[in-house]
Design a protein around this ligand. Sequence first.
Ligand SMILES: *[C@@H]1O[C@H](CO)[C@@H](O)[C@H](O)[C@H]1NC(C)=O
Ligand SMILES: *[C@@H]1O[C@H](CO)[C@@H](O)[C@H](O)[C@H]1NC(C)=O
Ligand SMILES: *[C@@H]1O[C@H](CO)[C@@H](O)[C@H](O)[C@H]1NC(C)=O
Ligand SMILES: *[C@@H]1O[C@H](CO)[C@@H](O)[C@H](O)[C@H]1NC(C)=O
Ligand SMILES: *[C@@H]1O[C@H](CO)[C@@H](O)[C@H](O)[C@H]1NC(C)=O
Length: 580
Amino acid sequence: MRLSWVSLAVFIGSVLAQSSTVDSYISTESPIAKAGLLANIGGAGSKAAGAGAGVVIASPSKTNPDYFFTWTRDSSLVFKAVIDSFVRGDDDTLRTQIDDFITAEATLQQVSNPSGTVSTGGLGEPKFNVDFSAFTGAWGRPQRDGPALRATAFIAYANWLRANGNTTFVTNTLWPILKLDLDYVASNWNSTGFDLWEEVNSSSFFTTAVQHRALREGSALATAIGQTSVVSNYNAQAANVLCFLQSYWNPSAGYVTANTGGGRSGKDANTVLTSIHTFDPAAGCDALTFQPCSDKALSNLKVYVDAFRSIYSINSGIASNAAVATGRYPEDSYQGGNPWYLTTIAVAEQLYDALIVWNAQGSLNVTSTSLAFFQQFSSSVTAGTYASSSTTFTTLTTAIKTFADGFVAIHSKYTPSNGGLAEQYSKSDGSPVSAVDLTWSYAAALTAFAARDGKASPSWGAAGLTAPSTCSTASSGSGSSSGTVAVTFNEVATTTFGENIYITGSVDALANWSPDNALILSAANYPSWSITVNLPAGSQVQYKFIRKFNGAVTWESDPNRIINVPSTAGSTSTENDTWR
Ligand SMILES: *[C@@H]1O[C@H](CO)[C@@H](O)[C@H](O)[C@H]1NC(C)=O
Ligand SMILES: *[C@@H]1O[C@H](CO)[C@@H](O)[C@H](O)[C@H]1NC(C)=O
Ligand SMILES: *[C@@H]1O[C@H](CO)[C@@H](O)[C@H](O)[C@H]1NC(C)=O
Ligand SMILES: *[C@@H]1O[C@H](CO)[C@@H](O)[C@H](O)[C@H]1NC(C)=O
Ligand SMILES: *[C@@H]1O[C@H](CO)[C@@H](O)[C@H](O)[C@H]1NC(C)=O
């Protein structure tokens, strides 16, 4: 097809018109999004009445759906955006909210909840009531991205404090809180949990990637402030996690499979959110960490976006290389299964991040993996390196900027005139759906706008990493085999029907003397009850068995039992006892 001068002029005109529409949308929407975000933070937030200071509500919506709770994931992503903005010098008054957030999260860490206590898995609890009490209803728990994301938000603030002469606060106040989350990640990354959408119980790309990031920057911070005892463990686990992260890539189909379970295509905004929340401008287009401009992340982005072209009627008639409305995953049926504001604008953010790196590096690479992505913008492009002085670089980056702006234009088109951002917008007519004023929707708009402005979050240590050639499953602490011995406890005890035998003791792995969180034994070989627990190699551990019947707890008689755990990590040991 030969383009006439008139149609070319119309095309250029429409690109310029879109760009100025997006500029004007951003200038009106930015203050609305910022105010909307702050309104949802307990303390001064006008829509968060009843929430503790620094507690982020997911949305003021209290019915259909009821989101008047605080999720660790949402809160941490929101505060990472707030902290990055504060660190950039956008608004010094944000420090009040940041300090309140730290106090609130430190309190929530200590709240015993259905996932456990602070030392027995409770950090994996996904959400709490806004008054700091535990949410005890049925839920998809645990979710293991929360502690990692919270650590990342805290570390961003810690790095600013250190750079501004306040290492004392980092070491004395932030580090003890951070260490709980980082130790949790180091100990639990190799266990399953629910994904960020709270539906699939398996391993999840987003969770694994943010865990990797938290361990890397946690290790760097620990080194910087002299907390060296954790460093080798965090580094070792980070290497294991990075190795595992590679396994989500599906080379033949050219995308990242979002979850190891779930029985879906695996095409999921999870993966796009991963690229933007683990963006490190110093890492270039590194594919090992799925950087936004890496060939794998770009190939994945195309597959993800294309998955929504034919399933939403508001996308019909849109050219196959133009922006469309996108949702969480194509199989989604929640609240009707619609596009989401935060997922649509995440596509734009990934592309703006990519443009930041290409412009900084003065070149871009097209590889066989990313070829299909780039051919959307120039059908004749071939694999190769294109310097910024080349026409190909200009053609591609200009078209990609236009493509990215297209996602913001869709976001703008379906945002109501008051600028309020709900969770979703209807796949058939674009009107807002589900929870109103979703805090995460506001944060996602603000971070995408900043990326369009060329503002990248600080680096976190993704540059120059290598992954081990074989992946190790060894994770540290309880529930793992590194530095531990698998001790099997057998206890002979006769019980009445409905009565069970539990164990608790002096270490995390035995629930720290908590009868509520004591570990239940198996009666498969009744009257011998049995359980295998990983205990720290070479340690001396005290323990007792308890009986529970109709809520009543009976302890064994004194004294406490004692086991000297063998010193060879990875070995096994058996302890035979009889109820007394
Ligand atoms: C260090 O930062 C904390 C948290 O914002 C603040 O309360 C404290 O006053 C700061 N200390 C100094 C010496 O600036
Ligand atoms: C644990 O790590 C191994 C090695 O990377 C991996 O094969 C396995 O799927 C992981 N399991 C979970 C639940 O993360
Ligand atoms: C999640 O999956 C794990 C491993 O398959 C399983 O042990 C656990 O019971 C599951 N949790 C829930 C709540 O279904
Ligand atoms: C392009 O590829 C070369 C060779 O692999 C690499 O050194 C360079 O950093 C890459 N540039 C970008 C922008 O990805
Ligand atoms: C514990 O009991 C089992 C089964 O009766 C037996 O095979 C094993 O040798 C015993 N181990 C110790 C250390 O007493």
